[in-house]
Design a protein around this ligand. Structure first.
Ligand code: IPE
Ligand code: IPE
Ligand code: MG
Length: 254
């Protein structure tokens, strides 16, 4: 097994997995068929991240706003989540993946909530890859729930206290944020945590996003100079691109 520390890859990759619907429509299939294909693509992506020594993968699977889609698509996505849990979790468990579900669970059915808890519990000892699945997640929800938690426990609202109360407090901020499907927007993903993420937009629809596309995103990331507000001249040339994020420097560890 290759040593991840010797290969310059982003520590934390976040992905807006967009384009499932268009992938299906192009093939005259129902949109849910695109979402199913999207799960297969995600499964390959998880393996590709492990193979490349990426430590944290965070994906956007269902946004706070996706409830506004047609009822049959929403129920199809809920069923797909339940189905994917039973199909994928044993493999993830065997592959050393630690699962976290991030988002407002209270709006999900009791059965799905129990499934999420069980998946998290059964992978809790794994250490190869932290895999955050953002489901019923919105960056605005995350900031609001963190602030609410601090207020209700009488804590001061500071950047650091908010940071610790956010749903991704268990990992450093994403180094690389990829969006597939060609749209150039964030769509309420990781609004707080992506402050200094490098952004990469791919025209590939999510079901078509393969290892080569991931490698291309990583290669582009490698060319970026991460300055975190400093000047180019202040950076140590060799460390500039891969320097840990500002949050990592504040002692966060995955
Ligand atoms: C992303 O693919 C998956 C979800 C939002 C659940 P889309 O379903 O948004 O696919 P397009 O953008 O319509 O092609
Ligand atoms: C963002 O994609 C949400 C997910 C990928 C889960 P959308 O397809 O919902 O985003 P918009 O509506 O095009 O901004
Ligand atoms: Mg979309």
């Amino acid at each position: 097994m290759a040593s991840s520390s010797s290969i310059a890859v982003p520590h934390h990759v976040a992905i807006v997995m967009d384009g499932n619907g268009r992938w299906a429509t192009k093939r005259f299939l129902p949109r849910v068929a695109g979402h199913k294909q999207g799960v297969d693509s995600l499964s390959r992506c998880v393996q590709a991240c492990i193979d490349r020594g990426i430590q944290v993968l965070t994906v956007f699977a269902f946004s706070s706003e996706n409830w506004n889609r047609p009822v049959d698509e929403v129920s199809g996505l809920m069923e797909l989540l339940a189905m994917s849990l039973s199909r994928e979790v044993p493999r993830l468990k065997a592959n050393g993946v630690r699962l976290h579900f991030v988002g407002n669970r209270l709006q999900l059915s009791d059965k799905v909530q129990a499934g999420l808890r069980q998946a998290e519990l059964s992978t809790a000892d794994n250490q190869r890859l932290v895999f955050n699945v953002c489901f019923n997640y919105g960056g605005r929800w995350d900031i609001a729930q963190a602030a609410q938690m601090l207020v209700s426990t009488g804590q001061a609202i500071t950047e650091m206290s908010l940071d610790r109360a956010m749903a991704l407090a268990h990992v450093p901020d994403p180094d690389l944020l990829i969006r597939t499907g060609g749209e150039l927007r964030i769509s309420n993903f990781l609004l707080w945590q992506a402050a200094y993420s490098e952004l990469h937009f791919s025209d590939k629809l999510w079901p078509d996003f393969d290892e080569a596309a991931l490698d291309e995103a990583i290669a582009v990331f490698r060319t970026r100079e991460r300055r975190f507000g400093k000047t180019s001249a202040q950076l140590d040339g060799s460390k500039g691109v891969f320097a840990a994020s500002s949050k990592t420097q504040k002692t966060k560890a995955a």
